[in-house]
Design a protein around this ligand. Structure first.
Ligand code: ADP
Length: 512
């Protein structure tokens, strides 16, 4: 039930749904694709010192596996092996590379249930979302298996009759790939698919929270026949990660660092990469505005808002982070949004079929949401629903909506990466665009309007790399993914996704 308090806040009396407390799912990680060693040069190997680190189920806190803890030595070895494998891989025909990517894709589809269960076990996202991630991840291998055969150069008209100008596109070399935990499979294939397609070899360092998905993909790459040394995976613990990252960004044999993660980490990697002038592909943080104009279809906007905000419990870099709602429909939006949250969101274990909201990835993530809520409340925001840790388990937070939000609050200035929807009120289109753009990041932005002139104006003015017009879910292999400002460098997926892994060479034919 939603009621209005005297201070102008909306208040909710019934909490969002949940299930009984977390249970350990014993079958979840008992997978035929469960691998715990590093994959270097086509072999499964331990770290040189035999060190391992634990991987935990964020739902129950139970240990799922212990994984080889690679350090700088293994990182250098993996880079050396990838460099050694590069000449033969780049010499393979594009059709040969395409066929191998396609086989890898087919094996992902064949093993989709097992791969999805691994994601849910180590990341906690609901099984249905994990399953969607596997299809999405596999779609990048399919897409880039097709793009592999379309890496065209140019023949350019010249002003000299005795010359011809050719432009070749050639693979850049070894790619260091550092992936995040929120899409442990899809962020890997979106990078590795592109790199392998054009003839680069790769070393992947998966996130310490979710290395099992990357290792399972290595097993399938092996089964697909990807040659030894072309694709290497070196898991490493949180404490080893900075040293491994430094090797991956500074080793002279590496040509490009491709990273998805926080802007803060991206800056560290860019600093490392500058001494050897490496190329960098960076998919960093966002602070996505979600604008609802008076002219919007309100029901469509609410459905899009719930999808955009609460997928993966709010842990995606394109999740709506700030809801800007025009004053004429502000109250109606808040009311409908809260109703939709109660109707559609169920907190629980990702292995329970009806769950839509799993755990956050770790304690730090829960603390961040908690501190943003208390900061907002201390500055005058109202908790309409949620607002605190969820009783289901230590890593769970209640789906939360705040009203009376203002631009000085942390929740509008920082990326939340959690199930928190702060709703601001605005009066004019100009004000909404100004607020939306008043940030140093620019990944995704969304707005809902049925005014065509407004749609053109706002789509052009938003300072982001990805715009959703009357749409809350945008990611697809056919479209370029990436941001402007401090949200990153380069684009992934689409026909542009191979560009970062290619060098352009001008060949001048003279004396003709
Ligand atoms: P989050 O804070 O959400 O975990 P990060 O940017 O820290 O995001 O993590 C994304 C990826 O970056 C993970 O694979 C993580 O291990 C890696 N990472 C974090 N810090 C470093 C670092 N100093 N050098 C290299 N990789 C890093």
């Amino acid at each position: 039930m939603l009621g209005r308090l005297r201070n102008g806040c909306w208040m909710l009396t019934a909490a969002a749904g949940s299930r009984a407390g977390p249970r350990a799912h014993s079958s979840s990680a008992a997978s035929g694709l469960l691998r715990s060693q590093a994959y270097i040069g086509g072999r499964w190997v331990e770290a040189g010192d035999g060190a391992r680190f634990p991987v935990q189920d964020p739902t129950s806190g139970r240990q799922l596996a212990e994984v080889a803890d690679c350090g700088p030595r293994e990182a250098r070895e993996a880079v050396r092996v990838a460099y050694g494998s590069w000449p033969s891989w780049r010499a393979a025909t594009s059709k040969e590379r395409s066929n191998l990517l396609r086989k890898w894709h087919d094996l992902m589809i064949k093993n989709k249930d097992e791969l999805a269960r691994l994601i849910t076990a180590e990341n906690g996202k609901p099984l249905q979302e994990a399953f969607s991630e596997i299809l999405y991840a596999a779609s990048f291998l399919e897409w880039f298996s097709e793009e592999a055969r379309r890496v065209y150069g140019d023949v350019v008209p010249t002003s000299s009759p005795n010359r011809r100008i050719l432009i070749l596109k050639q693979p850049i070399g070894v790619a260091s790939v550092i992936t995040p935990w929120n899409f442990p499979s899809a962020m890997l294939t979106r990078k590795v698919g592109a790199a392998l397609a054009v003839g680069c070899t790769v070393v992947v360092k998966p996130a310490e929270d979710t290395p099992l998905s990357a290792l399972a993909l290595a097993e399938l790459a092996d089964q697909a026949g990807v040659p030894a040394g072309v694709f290497n995976v070196i898991p490493s613990s949180k404490s080893n990660t900075p040293a491994v990252g430094e090797v991956l960004c500074t080793d002279p044999l590496v040509a490009i660092i491709s990273f998805t993660g926080s802007t803060a980490t991206g800056k560290i990697l860019l600093r490392h990469a500058c001494d050897t002038v490496k190329k960098a592909s960076m998919e960093l943080g966002g602070n996505a505005p979600f604008i609802v104009f008076d002219s919007a279809d309100l029901d469509l906007a609410v459905a899009g808002a719930v999808n955009s905000k609460f997928r993966n419990s709010g842990q995606t870099c394109v999740c709506a982070n700030r809801f800007l709602v025009q004053e004429g429909i502000y109250d109606a939006f808040v009311e409908k949004m809260v109703k939709a949250m109660h109707r559609d969101l169920l907190v629980g274990s990702g292995f329970d079929e009806q769950t839509t909201q799993g755990p956050l990835i770790n304690e730090r993530a829960v603390q961040k949401v908690e501190s943003q809520v208390s900061d907002a409340v201390s500055r005058g925001a109202c908790i309409v629903t949620g607002g605190k840790r969820h009783s289901f388990g230590a890593m769970f937070f209640e789906p939360t909506l705040l009203s009376n939000v203002t631009t000085d609050m942390l929740c509008t200035q920082e990326e939340t990466f959690g199930p928190l929807a702060p709703v601001l009120k605005f009066r004019t289109e100009e004000e909404a665009v100004t607020i939306a753009n008043s940030t140093n990041v620019g990944l995704a932005g969304y707005f809902y309007s049925r005014d065509y002139a407004q749609i053109w104006r706002v789509a052009e003015q938003l300072e982001v790399g990805i715009v959703g017009v009357n749409e809350g879910l945008l990611s697809t292999p056919e479209a370029p993914f990436g941001g402007i400002k401090q949200s990153g460098l380069g684009r992934e997926g689409s026909k542009y996704g191979v560009d970062d892994y290619l060098e352009i060479k001008y060949v001048c034919f003279g004396g003709l």
